[in-house]
Structure formats: structure tokens, C-alpha cells
Design a protein around this ligand. Structure first.
Ligand SMILES: Nc1ncnc2c1ncn2[C@@H]1O[C@H](COP(=O)(O)OP(=O)(O)OP(=O)(O)O)[C@@H](O)[C@H]1O
Length: 349
């Protein structure tokens, strides 16, 4: 039934049997509400462009109001895919139905009506992390809490689901913030499911990732494989953005110059004096390790999560005794990205 509602042209299973697909579609129907196109037109005032709150690679995202959970004006985010978005639509339903975790955006339902492929999510009222980094109002402690939350979400998708999931395009624009400024992972349209056995790597076709080169960890470019360590590298770039308050979508030679200087000199002036030296030491170690060239040398997200929680508690302890003065960081840390790594990353530009 679900197959017919999705339409075979969009749903292209590769290895499942008919009966396993039937079971899978039943599970999706149980977990996800199905909306009519009329419901979603009404919810968005006929896809009024004034309601657009974001743009995805294959979609536009609208703010909408629906009948849900007994409320007649329940606020939701409605992602309407374009003609190229069919695969991303299928992928997000498949993955997000399996993910029920406070650090992953919640998929409420979907609509599949002829060419209209639409997903309905919980509304994340505080938008994406990149917007907050740009407007400069995010405190250091809140930033650190957000990083801990994101690490927790990544740890979950890597190890907590039946099969590990690799996000693949993690960045500050795919980290969304709810009413309480708690982070959730979003943007699962090109994510990849690993094997049941964590140690195995997944062979991937490069075209799958159109336009997302900036987030690519070096092992992919070298080996054409994806592992959890890919997301770990991307998470290292997120940490870098959080302290520098500037984007690192693509590391090219201009970024190389930027990073050849101690990172302490590049910390955003608004946050710099707020970072306790003990906290910084742990934080910068995690960041440097996440950005290691060799995937095997990068930590797991479980290790990263523990370390960042430790950094947060160091910050909290320091703040108890020092409530007035700014801190001074005396360390000088160069992120040891190898020349080879710059060249490889620059090629991706
Ligand atoms: N649930 C939501 N609540 C609020 N805003 C959202 C929500 N989902 C997405 N957005 C907004 O839309 C932007 C793009 O969303 P998202 O990251 O899901 O796109 P994408 O993964 O690139 O899309 P696609 O599936 O087309 O590839 C986000 O940065 C955010 O501003």
C-alpha cells in the first residue's frame, strides 16, 4: 500500500524482497502520519512564498499550521521537494522513521501525491546554528552545550540505531535549534546507512553527494568510502566555526593561510574572554583530533561527546569562582592539517 502511495518511480529499493518491503512500508505508515495535499496547501496558505523559512538542496521549507496532537494550529515545518528531490524524499522518510531521539529532528508525516513529495517536521523555532553564529549573540557556554548536544545526536545515529547512519552533510546549517535552543540534527536527504557491522565501510558513488563537497572528509576523496569518521571530520569543522564564528564550508588555500596561525588568535573576540583555559584545552584537543587527516586517528563520536561534556563541566567550575573577569588563553594551537590534506580539500572547491 505504501509503495503504491509513494509511487514506484520514486521508490527504488535495490536489494529487499517484496515481503520485507511490505513490512517496511507498514512500519513507515505506523510511525508517520500521511497528510493530503489539500491539508498541506491549507497549512501553508497555498505554499505562500512569504512562509518560506529555508531552502534545501532539493526543496523549499515552509512554516505551516496543521491539525495535529489535538491542536488546530500546531506549528510545523513543511519541506516541499522539487523534481530532483525524489530520492532525498525517500531517504529522509526511510531514515527519520527509524530515528526517534531528542537530538534528531522529528518527522511528523508526509504527503506523496503524484509529483508532490512533501515532508512535515516538528518546527524548530530558533532556526539553524549558522544564523546564530553569524548574529554573534550566542554565548560561549550555550555554544558549548549545543556542541555537546550535536555530539550526542551523532553518537546516536552512528551507534544507537539498528544500522549505523552517517549524516554525510553535517554542518552548522543542518543543526537546528528548538524553543529552548536545544540542537537537533536535520538534513538527512543524502545520509547513508552503514552495514549492521560497524567495522565495515560503505562504498559510495561520488555523484550521490552533488554540491556538498565542502563537508567531505578526506578519506572519501581518497578511498570512495564512507565511515562514521567522515561525520567526525565534519563535526571538527563545526567546532571550528563555533569558535571562529566564520564558515568553513570549503577549506581552500585561503583557509590554509587562516589556519596556519594559532587558532587562539582566530577566536571570535566576543567569545574569547569567556573561555576558561582548562575548558579550552579539552575543547581544542577534541577539535584537532576530529580534524586529523587519517580517519583511524579521529575519535569516535562517543569519545567526543564525553570529552565535550568534560570541557563543559570545566567551564562551569571555572565560572563559579570567576564571575566577573575575562579569561586569558595563553596556549597557541596550530591545527595540523597536512599539505596533502589542503591540496585534496582544495580540489573539492
Ligand atoms: N524543522 C525545521 N524547522 C525550522 N526550520 C527548518 C526545519 N527544517 C529545515 N529548516 C530550515 O530550512 C533550512 C534547510 O533545511 P535542511 O537542512 O533540511 O535542507 P536540506 O537537507 O539541504 O534539504 P534537501 O532535503 O532538499 O537536501 C535549514 O537550514 C533551516 O533554516
Amino acid at each position: 500500500m505504501f509503495l503504491s502511495c509513494l509511487g514506484m518511480s520514486c521508490w527504488k529499493p535495490t536489494s529487499n524482497t517484496d515481503s520485507s518491503l511490505r513490512q517496511f512500508s507498514t512500519v513507515i505508515q505506523e510511525l508517520c502520519q500521511q497528510f493530503s495535499l489539500a491539508d498541506l496547501r491549507k497549512a501553508t496558505n497555498n505554499f505562500d512564498l512569504n512562509r518560506v523559512i529555508g531552502n534545501g538542496m532539493f526543496s523549499e521549507i515552509y512554516k505551516g499550521y496543521l491539525q495535529h496532537n489535538g491542536a488546530s494550529d500546531y506549528t510545523v515545518a513543511i519541506k516541499r521537494f522539487n523534481d530532483q528531490g525524489c530520492e532525498a524524499f525517500n531517504k529522509e522518510i526511510e531514515l527519520l522513521c527509524q530515528l526517534r531521539h531528542p537530538r534528531c529532528v522529528y518527522l511528523i508525516g508526509f504527503c506523496n501525491h503524484e509529483n508532490e513529495k512533501i515532508l512535515v517536521y516538528e518546527y524548530m523555532s530558533n532556526g539553524s546554528l549558522d544564523e546564530h553564529l553569524q548574529d554573534g549573540k550566542l554565548s560561549w557556554k550555550k555554544s558549548l552545550e549545543i556542541c555537546v548536544g550535536v555530539a550526542c545526536g551523532l553518537h546516536y545515529i552512528h551507534t544507537g540505531a539498528k544500522r549505523s547512519i552517517f549524516h554525510c552533510i553535517l554542518g552548522t546549517s543542518t543543526i537546528l535549534l528548538d524553543d529552548h535552543m536545544e540542537p537537533k540534527l536535520a538534513g538527512f536527504g543524502v545520509s547513508v546507512q552503514g552495514s549492521r557491522f560497524m567495522s565495515k565501510q560503505k562504498q559510495i558513488n561520488a555523484e550521490h553527494f552533488m554540491g556538498t563537497w565542502g563537508f567531505m572528509a578526506t578519506q572519501f576523496i581518497r578511498d570512495r568510502t564512507i565511515t562514521a569518521k567522515w561525520d567526525v571530520f565534519s563535526f571538527g569543522l563545526v567546532l571550528l566555526e563555533v569558535v571562529c564564528r566564520r564558515m568553513f564550508y570549503v577549506i581552500n588555500l585561503a583557509e590554509k593561510e587562516f589556519l596556519e596561525n594559532p587558532i587562539e588568535e582566530k577566536i571570535d573576540p566576543i567569545v574569547k574572554g569567556k573561555i576558561a583555559p582548562d575548558c579550552w584545552q579539552v575543547f581544542v584537543d577534541v577539535m584537532v583530533n576530529c580534524l586529523k587527516y587519517e580517519p583511524d586517528e579521529r575519535p569516535t563520536m562517543g569519545e567526543v561527546e564525553v570529552q565535550l561534556e568534560h570541557a563543559l563541566s570545566m567551564q562551569e567550575q571555572a565560572d563559579i569562582t570567576n564571575s566577573n573577569c575575562d579569561y586569558t588563553l595563553l596556549s597557541k594551537t596550530i591545527i595540523p592539517l597536512g599539505v596533502k590534506q589542503y591540496v585534496i580539500l582544495e580540489k573539492c572547491n
